[in-house]
Structure formats: C-alpha cells, structure tokens
Design a protein around this ligand. Sequence first.
Ligand code: HEC
Ligand code: HEC
Length: 358
Amino acid sequence: MMNSRHAALEFIILCFNFFTMKNLLPFLLLALVFGGCQKDELPSAKYSFVKPAHFPEPVYPLDRNPVTKEGFELGKKIFGDPILSRDGSVACNNCHVKGVAFADPQHPFSIGVDEREGLRNAPGIANMAFMKEFMWDGGVHHLDFAPPNAIENPLEMDEKMTHVLWKMNQHGSYPALFRKAFPDMGDTITSPYLLFALSQYQNMLVSATSKYDHYKLGDANLTANELEGLALFEQKCAACHSGILFTNQEYRNNGLDSEFADLGRGKITESPDDMGCFKVPSLRNVELTKPYMHNARFKTLEEVLDHYASGVKPSATLADELQQNGTLGIPLTPTEKARIIDFLKTLTDHEFIQDTRF
Ligand code: HEC
Ligand code: HEC
C-alpha cells in the first residue's frame, strides 16, 4: 500500500517534471535562436555614430538619443517626406539636397509652400553633431529644435507640429516604424520622438572624408598649389574659419554691408555689438554649397575672394581681422585668390555626397 502510494507520487513528480520541461523547451530553443539572431543584428558601425579620429567630441548629447539603424532610417524617411508641410508640397530635402552637401543648389533664398520666398540662403547641414548653435543667427540652441523652426515657419513648411503628429499617427506605416525605432515610446507618436528621429539622421551626416581629411590623416597628398592655398588660408582666413570644422562657431560681421537689411545675431541678442553679425559658416564642401553668404550675395568662390580682397564695407561692427592697419579687407593678389580657391576645393567630400546610407 505504502509502496504503491510512493510509486504513484514518483510517477506524478516525473510527469510534472516532464510537463514543465516540455513547456520550457520551446522557450529554451527560442532563447537560443533569438540570442543567436541578436548577435547577427548587433548595431553595425554602419548605423551608429562614429566620431572621426581627427574631429572634436560631438556637442549633441548622443547618450540621450543614440543612433540606431531603425531610428536613422526613420529620420531619413521623415527628412524626405512632405507630410511635414501644410499642403504636402515641401520636405526638408527640398531645401537641403544631398548632392550639394545638403544645401540648396537652386534658390538664393529658400522657397517654401506656395512658392513663398524665405529670408536667407539654406546652409548645408553636414557635421551638425559638432555644432553648438544653429541658423545664421544662432537662434536655435539644440539640433532637436531645428525642425520645428522649419515646420512652423510660414515661409518654409507653414504647418503646426501638432497637426504633423496627427497626420503621422493616422499614417499607414509611421506608427509601426516609430514603435520599432523607439520601443519605449508607447502607442502614440509624440513630438520628442519625431525630433529624435530627425536628429539621428542629421547626426549621421558627418563629412570627414574630403581630400583634405585624407591629407590630414596621412593618406593623400595635396598639390603644390593646394598647399600654397592652405598656407594662405591659415594666415588670412583661419582666425574665423578655424579648426577641422572650418568655423570658430562665433558671430562676425564680414563686411557685406554698411547698413543691415538683416540684423543677424543682433536680432537675437539685441546687442549693438552683434548687429550685422552672422555665424561663421563651416567651409566644408563649400565648392558645392553656392550661392554664398546668408543673403546669397555671391554666386562663385571668385566673387567671395574678390569681396574679402576689395569689397569689404565699413561699419561699427566690422570684424577687426577685416580692418587691420587701417586697410579694409584682406589684401590678396589674383594668384593668391586662385590658390585659396584651389585649397577650398580640397574640402569637397565626394564620399559623403555619394554615401548610399544618406
Ligand atoms: C523652405 C526651405 C527649407 C526647408 C523646407 C527646411 N529648411 Fe532647414 N534651413 C533653411 C534655411 C533658409 C536655413 C537657415 C535659416 C536661418 O539661418 O534663419 C535652414 C537651416 C537649417 C539648419 C541649421 C543649419 C546650420 O548650419 O545652422 C538645420 C539643422 C536645418 N535647417 C534642418 C532642417 C530640417 C530637419 C528640415 C525639415 C524638418 C528643414 N531644415 C527644412 C531652409 C529650409
Ligand atoms: C572675421 C572673420 C572672418 C574672416 C577673417 C573670414 N571670414 Fe569668411 N565668413 C565669415 C562670416 C561671418 C561669414 C558669413 C557672413 C554672412 O553670411 O553674412 C563668412 C562666409 C564665408 C563664405 C561663404 C560660405 C557660405 O556657405 O555661404 C566663404 C566661402 C568664406 N567666408 C571664405 C573665406 C575666406 C576664403 C577667407 C579668407 C580670405 C575668409 N572667409 C575670412 C567670417 C570670416
């Protein structure tokens, strides 16, 4: 009696073990398979932010919004989608075109919905991860806040952020794409995640593979003319267009006008010292980003060099570097101008504009 009860108990325990094992087995197998898959799908360097060895630390807080393949691809899709504009006619990449390092090759002043003409020339948007402030006047302090500026500007996309989010939440593919890119988001697309996706895409637009970069890293040579241009540039231009980003990220008046149709930095700070000052632009890819200056004053690099040599206009805020020893501008011979242009063209990054990820 005792024995048979014991045997029955053992039988039950055995069954129980077998039952739980059997139930666990699929999970164990799944874990193995899934674990294996995950290994293959580790974020490759291709879709994560990699700081070029010769660049400074990025300014953008990448730890708070790290780049992932899903987030980057989503940001890329949004960047090219006119859903951001009031009437579905204007996308970010209407004005920021990849083939010209994300500047606007067509319009001196950018063109928004209803063909409305903007007030300034669209700058290229490479190396944004390294910039402290944005726009020609530095009116935007964080890359995440550049898109609302374009979306809500009546001369650009003339749309409301809330309405963009409404459209995206109704959309056939955006809700699923957002949930994949941002598993913590919940079910509804909200503005921080829209802005995170756009910043992930823009942060990846790093231009660091021009001929000049290869020269800096020791795997290309510059010609004699380009080297001569580099030496002249360092002497005459690098006070403002400094460092590996070719901008000191300060605001200066480079003598375009004596009276200012656009107050520039002065509009933001209201300080008399800032009137007519604009952010020193990076000169990376400058061969591609014509026309030049905030107001698209010059069509060619030759015209820019002519300006610095003999077109600088006096005013109360003109930069000191452009009025040394009582002379206006930077004296340059025709040959010196040509050499500087030879050098500037070494900043064109063909690998960047041909990168199939972007
Ligand atoms: C209608 C043309 C137009 C559209 C559309 C547009 N931009 Fe711009 N973008 C500009 C212009 C013009 C500026 C310079 C504005 C200024 O300085 O006041 C600019 C500036 C910027 C800057 C700052 C660049 C720098 O060097 O400071 C960023 C970043 C940017 N845009 C991103 C975007 C994104 C993202 C979108 C889409 C949400 C977008 N833009 C849509 C024209 C446009
Ligand atoms: C005092 C500082 C300063 C010096 C020195 C200086 N620049 Fe500039 N540069 C600027 C500022 C500021 C702008 C933007 C002005 C604007 O748009 O109103 C600019 C704009 C430019 C642009 C137009 C870029 C674009 O994307 O539109 C080029 C090209 C340029 N500079 C080249 C040069 C060269 C070459 C030299 C030397 C001969 C030089 N700069 C010296 C401050 C300076």
